[in-house]
Structure formats: C-alpha cells, structure tokens
Design a protein around this ligand. Sequence first.
Ligand code: SF4
Ligand code: SF4
Length: 341
Amino acid sequence: MNIKVPKPISGGIILSYKCNAECRHCMYACSPKWSADWILKKDLSVLLNILADKIEPSFYGKNIIDLNLGIHFTGGEPFLNFELLCEGVEMARELKIPSLFVETNCYWASSDNITKEKLLNLKNKGLNGIMISVNPFFLEFVPFERTERAVRIAYEIFGTNMFVYQLEYFQKFKKLGIKGKLTLEEYSRMDYGIHFTRYTEFFIMGRAAYSMEKLGIFPKYKVKFLIMNKCNPPILRNWHNHFDNYGNFIPGYCGGLSLGDWHEMDQILNDGIDPQQYPILFTIIKNDFKGLISFAKDYGYEERKNGYLSKCHLCVDIRRFLAEKNEFKELQPKEFYTHLE
Ligand code: SF4
Ligand code: SF4
C-alpha cells in the first residue's frame, strides 16, 4: 500500500545549490562547484502558486517569521542571485504567502551601504524577515565582521523578525573578539576544543557525515544500535520540507532524497509513495533500515564494520552508493551525491 505524504504547511525554496561557501556541515552538500542552475522564474512562479493556499503563518501572525512556518528562500546562497531573490519575494507577496524570510550566510555584507540597500530593497518588496547563519563552519568562509554588520543592520530594518541561527555562536564569537575568517581547527584551539558542536543543535547528515568522520571528533556506532532509532525529526511531516530548483520535493532536511516532482504536487498528495516506483524511499519511510541494507547489499554495498556517526550517516552512505547505479528516481538531485566530499 502507498504511503500518504502530508500536505506541506511550510518550507524552504532552494533557489540553487550553488554557494560561495562549502561548509563542512552542509546538509545539501552545496558549494561553488555546483552548476549554476538557478530555478527558472516561471518554475518559481508555478511553485509559489502551488504552495500559496497550503502555507500557514506563524502563530503570532502572517507578518512574523518562524523557522517552521511560512516560506523561506534558501540555497545554496540566495544572495548570489539577488535579482531572482527579489523577484521571488515579489511573487510571494502578490500571492499573500505569509511569514516570508530569507536565509543567508552574509558573505555579501561588505559595507554598511550595501547591506542597508539590499535589506531595504527586500523589505520594500515585501520580505518579512531574515535568518542569519552563524557557527564555526560558516566562519571558515565568511569574515565575522560581515556577519556582525548584517546582524546589526538587519535588526534596524527587520527588528525582531531578524534571527540568528545559532545565537550561542554569535555571542561566543563576539566575546572572543573574532575578526576575519577562521578555520575550524583555529577556532577549536581558541575555544571549546574539539567538542564545540555538543552545545548546540547539530545534525550529522549530508556532507557533515563525511567531514566529521575525517575530523574524528564523534564516536561511531554499530548498525544494530543505529537502526533502533527513528528519524528525528520525522522524515515525513508537514513542516519545513524543501523544494529545489530541479523540481524535487525534499522531505525535511534530507538532502539527496525526493518525494517526487513538486510540479505534480497534487498527484504526490493524492497517490502517496508507491513502493514499486520508489523502493528506497519507501523502505526509509517505513524505517526498515535492515531492509535497506539488505537491498543495498544485493547491489554490492558493503556495510562499514567500524560503524557510522549517525543514522543519517548510514542512510546517506547507502544512498550515495545506490545513486551511482542511476536506477532510482528518489535519489535526486544526482549532483548532490558528487559533492559530499
Ligand atoms: S551550509 Fe549554507 S552557506 Fe554553507 S555551503 Fe551549505 S548552503 Fe552554503
Ligand atoms: S536517516 Fe535518512 S531519511 Fe532519516 S532523517 Fe536521516 S537522512 Fe533523512
């Protein structure tokens, strides 16, 4: 029997996977190396029209932003194509989509004037707010002065509709008097040592699975322990899914997995996930990781005897292997699997 897909009430629109940065923790394996396949304006319009009657506002009102409600523009780095970002905001505003914000790493905030001009422009077009990304992984690519500037000016323009993810790091970097960029290793020497990720939310998925393995700072677990856990947050949910520039309806934060083509959203919501068409996706949603491993082994996958950092590490490692077979339409976009390391 097919598995029902919940109607999305919020989410992020990936304008492109292209990014100025190549963060070691990126869930979507974004980087400057990706093809610059920005979402076509006509596709963006189609997507926003599909979402318009489904998206729910923040509990505090349609003009207030909320990480898990409303719509956000993301990437990759959406400010790399500022014109497209502006057009997306205008389209969403015309459709009265609530709780609209953009997520950025602030690489572009090179002066007060530029920062003010861009943020005012977006606000005037109807953007409700902004989420500014801060942690030691971004610090490898974005000078901290730019982040500080963007936070200061975004607060002047958007007020409390500006939030910093993660505030703990922003405060810590200020206290440490950080200037410019720092490698992860330099930062580790300055502060928490190798344990800094323990104090804030951190998902070992996507590129993080491989880069954290190289860093050697997390313990590994045997498969028999990992498969006892459910995906957390759940893979199928109505909140904070993603919609990419290639048409993929991505469950949650699970980069490289597709519930189908969002152009056919009605069909996805009506028909659900067919086990014949999407065997990998179906097995993952059923939380049958034993079945998934056995399925992958039939194709030649070898389970790592020394274990995995997380269940998502196990999941992405199997998917990366299976993606090379070019047989599975739920393993999209293909390029994701080539940018994990
Ligand atoms: S985490 Fe954000 S800034 Fe870093 S590579 Fe991914 S999309 Fe770019
Ligand atoms: S185990 Fe796989 S499906 Fe589950 S949350 Fe992690 S990446 Fe997503």
